[in-house]
Each structure stands twice: as C-alpha cells, then as structure tokens.
Write a protein that binds this ligand. Structure first.
Ligand code: SF4
Length: 489
C-alpha cells in the first residue's frame, strides 16, 4: 500500500517523538552537514550569486503577476507541438485525470520520475486504488517505496536512512516489487546503486507509460524541463509510449532566457554541482523519437489561494532546491516526517498551510515550526523571505476565522482559536491603559512573588518548559523611582 501524509499529527506532537530517535538525528546531522559544506563551496565559486538570486526572484515575481497569460501561452504551445493540456483544480481532479489517462492505455503499471507534485496529490495511492502499480525510479524514492515509508526531504527523500538500513530494505523487499536484491548485498554505495540499477532496468524496458513532474515549463515554446542526477528521469521521459507530466502552475517561466538564471542557481543550491548531470527538455511529441502521446496536467491545488496573498505568494517562487532544509536547526533535529507533508522544513512550514489552509491542527502548527533564525532566507536562491511569511501565517492562525477556497468548495476554518492568548493580551492591554490598576497589580505581584509558580499551568506549560520565568522584583519600578528618584537620593 502506498502511504500518504494524510492524518499526520500536529508538528509539536510528531517532533516530540522524532527528536527522541537518536539514529534519525545522527543520520540527519551527518547528511545535512555534508550537503551544507559542499553547497557553500559551490556557491562561493560564483561572484555574482547575489545578482543571480535577485534576478531569479524578479523573474518569478513577474511571471506570477501575469500567471494567467503565461499559462495560456504555454497551453497553446504544448498543444500545437502535439501534446494535450489538462487543468486540475485540486488533487482529486488531478488524480482522476491521470488515472483515466493510464486506464485508456490499457496498462496496469507505470514508471515514475521523482516528483513533488505527485507526492502532494497522493498519486501513487490513487493509482493503486484503481489497480495500477506505480514504480518509483529515483534511488531515494525507491528506498522509500520499498520500505513502505514516507519521504522526509525534498531532494534526498531517504535522508533519514543509513546505508545499513537501505541494504536491509533492499534485501527484505526488492523481491516483492520485481527483481530481488543480489545475494550477499553489502552496504557499499556502489553495490546498493548496482542493485537498484538492475531492479529498475527491467521496469524501464517493460513499462509503456511514464509519469513525471517538471522543474520548469517554458511558455514561449511549450517546453518542459527536468533536472536530475541519476539518469532514471531520462529513461522515464524517453522510453515509454505515453508520458504524463503533472506540474504545479507556478513552474512556468516566460522564456528560454529565464532558464539561464535558474539552471545556474538550482544545481549549486541543491546538489552542490556546477550543472546537473541530466537536464532533459521535451516539447510535445515527435514521430521520430520519445513518447507518441504527451499529456500535461497543470495543477492548482491551492496555488491560486497562495497567489492571492501578497505576502505569502513569494513561497510560489520556490525551485525545490532544499537548501533551506539543510540549514534549518529545527529540521535537523525533528526530521522531515514531523512536518506531515511532502514539503518538509522551512519551505513546508510556509507552503503547506497556504496550499491546504490552516483549518486543521497540523497546518495550524507549521508556521510555529521555526526559531525564526533566518538561515533559510540567507540561503534561498530565489530570496524567499521565509521568516516574514512564517510571521504572516502565525498572525493568520492567531486571528482565526480564515476562509479558504478549494476549487468550488469553501472551507471555513473554526474561528476563535487561541482564546486564552487573546484574553491575556486583552487584559494586559486594558491594565496598561489604566495606570492606577497597573500600580495596584504590580504591588500585589511583588507582595505575592514567593508564591509564583516557576512554570505556567495549562496551555502555557509547554512555553515555560524550555524557558525560565523572570522573577518579579520585591519592589515595583514605580515605587523604587518614587522612593529614590532614580538613585539620586
Ligand atoms: S524555499 Fe528557497 S531554499 Fe527552500 S527549497 Fe525553495 S528555493 Fe530552495
């Protein structure tokens, strides 16, 4: 059964469990530390990194401002190149379109390129319900699928697994999905990669339907672009007779010239490479080569809601490099599963609540899954001010009463959450507005200070668990001032 992120607990509950897992924390510390160091060196090679970053943000913002125009241009050019464009308002519609397309081919299995959009909509589970088996072909996604696990990182979905754990998963589960692991498989990276290569090769050669996402879509020619490191994507894009690409609407860029910026930023920021080992581009279909049928499913699924939010929309600039995850102290300790979504880490904390709304305890908790240290903003190659969006979303959560549109369905979130905080803030505001009451309250607090608890009761307990409450002085400042005139007497 393909697992999904549905029904996951709120971040604090999930993180309370994951942070106790010493193996997980060691795996994450080692992996993110290595990636961070390599990325820093790769980025330092470019003297114009900050200019590239500003250019990327500008291109994305301009595109998002005219998204309707560029999407229609893209549709026209994909169609004239022999492809078919489908519009999906939400996950359900996207899954139905893809399922129907696969059914129409008569096939019961498909090969898949690693794709965040298909993770987001839970495509594998939807295909499975329709009797269609989806084979993940990215090495890390394969590990996740064989282990009946969930991805925990955008770029390295099995980052939480050690080599020994991967060897055990291959030995135990490869045979259930096709060619078994070789006898005596070791945990050497080359041996593990060879086992995966042999296992996948027969699927590439057998399956006639491929499913992908895309990193970019070029409106001016209707071209899709996919970057990857392993070559599995190239196999899925070229060998099958039918190719179905599910892509978020924010992935469109106006022109080829814009790619010049992103294809410099993305590899250095993600895998710390000067350029991606495999950059595949395809435009419609051709009688000579590649798939004979090409379908592009353009996915909204909450993106137009995010676009309507002036502060929050910058999250749609994201090129999924995962640099913000690798520098985040919260991600490094809690791990990706705690975020309850395919988008973990800082980008997940701002993207998931915007795509799904903040009506459930999980989505409501995500904007708080951050120390606001700002490291994510510093590394983001498209200059998304993640702390700004986090604060904006916290405000939204605290204000309550949010209305979210889902296709033609309106979701009204329950109002009046955080009643206690609201009551405390209102009382404090009123007291500060009434000096005589404030003076009496300060004296009362000073007199009773030995009785004050060191930790807050009830919902405030979690807050005071990690913080020392400041002791109340024996004499209020106003009384001290009146008595001493600021120490002058
Ligand atoms: S928010 Fe920025 S750093 Fe994080 S994954 Fe997206 S592009 Fe990369």
């Amino acid at each position: 059964m393909s697992r999904t992120h549905l029904g996951m607990p709120a971040f604090p509950r999930a993180a309370a469990v994951s942070t106790r897992d010493a193996t997980l924390r060691a795996n994450l510390r080692r992996a993110t530390g290595t990636i961070r160091a390599r990325r820093e060196a790769a980025v330092a090679e470019l003297t114009d990194w900050q200019q590239l970053r500003a250019a990327a943000a500008a291109v994305k913002d301009r595109t998002l401002r005219h998204l309707d125009r560029y999407l229609l241009q893209l549709e026209e050019n994909v169609t004239s190149a022999g492809g078919t464009v489908h519009w999906a308002a939400d996950a359900e519609e996207a899954n139905r379109i893809v399922t129907d397309l696969v059914r129409a081919t008569g096939e019961h299995e498909v090969v898949k390129v690693k794709s965040m959009a298909t993770q987001e909509i839970g495509l594998n589970a939807a295909l499975e319900r329709a009797g269609i088996r989806a084979y993940e072909t990215d090495l890390a996604e394969l590990i996740v699928q064989l282990g009946d696990d969930l991805p925990s990182h955008i770029l390295v979905p099995a980052i939480h697994r050690s080599r020994g754990q991967i060897r055990d998963i291959f030995r135990a589960h490869m045979a259930e999905w096709g060619r078994p692991a070789p006898d005596g498989l070791t945990d050497r990276p080359a041996d593990l990669a060879e086992a995966a290569r042999l296992h996948l090769r027969e699927k590439f050669l057998r399956c006639t339907v491929g499913i992908s996402g895309a990193n970019f879509m070029v409106a001016e020619t209707g071209t899709l672009v996919l970057v990857e490191s392993e070559g599995n994507g190239r196999m899925c894009l070229t060998l099958p007779r039918t190719l179905i690409s599910v892509v978020g609407i924010e992935k469109v860029v106006p022109a080829w010239q814009d790619l010049e910026v992103f294809l410099q930023l993305l590899p250095r920021s993600s895998t710390a490479e000067r350029m991606n080992p495999y950059t595949s581009m395809w435009t419609g279909t051709s009688d000579e080569d590649g798939p004979r049928a090409f379908h592009l499913v353009l996915l909204d699924n909450g993106r137009t809601d995010a676009l309507a939010d002036r502060t929050g929309r910058q999250a749609l600039r994201c090129i999924r490099c995962s640099a913000c995850l690798n520098v985040c102290p919260v991600y490094e300790r809690a791990g990706g599963h705690a975020y309850g979504s395919p988008y973990p880490g800082p980008i997940g904390a701002i993207l998931t609540p915007q795509l799904r709304g903040t009506a459930s305890p999980l989505e409501e908790s995500l904007p708080y899954a951050s120390t606001l240290c700002g490291a994510c903003y510093e590394v983001c190659p498209v200059a998304i001010d993640i702390p700004e969006v986090l604060l904006h979303l916290r405000e939204r959560v605290a204000e309550g009463g949010e209305v979210t549109l889902r296709g033609n369905r309106t979701v009204v979130r329950p109002a009046a959450r955080h009643r206690l905080e609201r009551a405390v803030a209102a009382t404090a505001g009123w007291t500060l507005d009434h000096p005589a009451v404030l003076r009496r309250a300060q004296r009362l607090l000073a007199r009773t200070r030995r009785l004050h608890p060191r930790r807050l009761p009830g919902p405030g307990r979690a807050w005071s668990d990690g913080r020392a409450l400041p002791p109340v002085p024996a004499e209020p400042f106003r009384d001290w001032w009146a008595r001493t005139r600021g120490g002058a007497s």
